[in-house]
Design a protein around this ligand. Structure first.
Ligand code: FMN
Length: 387
């Protein structure tokens, strides 16, 4: 007898690897290289994924367990699963309209989507399509005036969570981007135009949605800025050098949940806790900033050795998570909530408008299966299954 299993997602693409394979030939190479690349020799990029393999989980088959509930409470809201979508700059360049596709699907499936300051849809548009559910990631502006204006816009749309990025004091040196001629902003040379022409769906949709731009930042740009001036504008407008005083100033203005993204050391964790942030995302920017760094899962393992942190802040993770099994591994070593960046862009690149919904449901199905196999009912029980 054969039993047909009904998947809540497209069964042609049951894994991140399947999505990545299809996305790679549908997205022009210069944009795919931007998505894919890590810094320098890409060692930390590889470590981010590979270090998950050493974390083993053990079942308890004779343990009686009840129904599985993947939902989790975070910052006063109950999400349907403990994972969300990391902020990614220039999303609409990799797949036209990607921020809206992702933000809509995240809201529909009740998981968080984080909009990047340098994404290609505005704060207001994303608030509208996500029914006010999207979080926002702030690159720290050089001038307080601009910082305050962005915070006021976030308050006006009742953004639920502010994420301040702390891990880009320099531009990561990414060889793939340098070779493709892609930097901030993108350059369209002959080779890039050719690559775009052999990806017809990407091309047609780019014509439909318009050339991507930094939509949130439009009000601060002079009219008629050309591409080279845009680069200068970005350098002048944002400073990656975020110290604790700057975060303290934001803490004083922003009453809602405040999260720092890019925490990997005990020193930064303690500084964050000292000024009363609500959460941290342990992250190395997807292996794009420091090649000699450890994987983000190893940073998490080190940080959660100090058991006092868990009662003071929500500890979240991103970097290298590629499956429901990896999600479970991260909860097992102490993560409260996980985010993924590239996998969702592969999903949208591979399947267009359906891709975000597909990828969320794929991860939910994978996580559900792991929980069933380990005989656990909720994600808080994962640590008891760490081998
Ligand atoms: C193409 C690309 C662009 C990114 N842009 C941003 C950004 O604008 N803001 C930010 O906080 N992080 C950014 N990140 C880092 C992601 O938020 C996240 O930390 C990383 O993708 C997690 O690793 P993963 O892709 O292995 O899941 C970017 C990552 C990638 C791959």
């Amino acid at each position: 007898m054969s039993v047909k299993i009904k998947y809540p997602y497209n069964p042609g693409y049951p894994s991140v690897a399947d999505l990545k394979k299809r996305a790679k030939w549908r997205i022009p190479k210069f944009a795919f290289d931007y998505l894919e690349g890590g810094c320098n020799e890409e060692l930390n990029l590889a470590r981010n994924e590979n270090d998950f393999d050493d974390i083993l989980l053990k079942p308890q088959y004779l343990h009686v367990s009840g129904d599985i509930d993947m939902s989790v409470e975070l910052f006063g809201k109950t999400y349907s699963a403990a994972f969300g979508i990391s902020p990614i700059g220039l999303q609409g360049l990799m797949w036209p309209n990607a921020p809206e596709i992702l933000a809509k699907a995240a809201a529909k499936n009740n998981v968080p989507y984080i909009l990047s300051t340098v994404s290609t849809s505005s704060i207001e548009r994303i608030a509208e399509v996500s029914n006010g559910e999207a979080w926002f990631q702030l690159y720290h502006p050089t001038e307080d005036r601009l910082r305050d204006d962005i915070l006021n816009r976030l308050k006006a749309v009742e953004c639920p969570v502010l994420v301040v990025l702390v891990d880009v004091p320099s531009f990561g040196l990414r060889y793939r981007e340098i070779k493709s001629g892609l930097s901030m902003p993108p350059k369209m040379n002959i080779s890039n135009i050719f690559q775009a022409m052999i990806c017809p769906e990407w091309g047609i949709k780019t014509l439909k949605h318009g050339i991507p731009n930094f939509a949130t930042l439009q009000p601060y740009m002079e009219k008629g800025l050309d591409l080279s001036q845009l680069g200068q504008f970005m350098n002048k407008t944002f400073t990656g050098k975020v110290n604790i005083q700057k975060v303290q100033a934001i803490r004083d203005i922003w009453q809602g949940p405040l999260v720092l993204k890019g925490i990997t050391t005990q020193e930064d964790m303690e500084a964050a806790i000292s000024i009363g942030v609500d959460g941290v995302i342990v992250s190395n920017h997807g292996g794009r900033q420091i090649d000699a760094g450890e994987s983000s899962i190893h940073s998490l393992i080190r940080l959660t050795q100090n058991t006092s942190y868990a009662s003071k802040v929500k500890i979240m993770l991103d970097g290298g998570i590629r499956s429901g099994v990896d999600l479970g591994r991260a909860y097992a070593v102490g993560s409260d909530f996980n985010f993924m960046g590239r996998p969702f862009m592969y999903g949208v690149g591979a399947l267009g408008d359906e891709g975000a919904d597909h990828t969320i449901n794929m991860f939910k199905a994978q996580l559900y299966q792991v929980m069933q196999q380990l005989s656990i009912e909720n994600i808080k029980q994962f640590p008891s299954r760490l081998l």
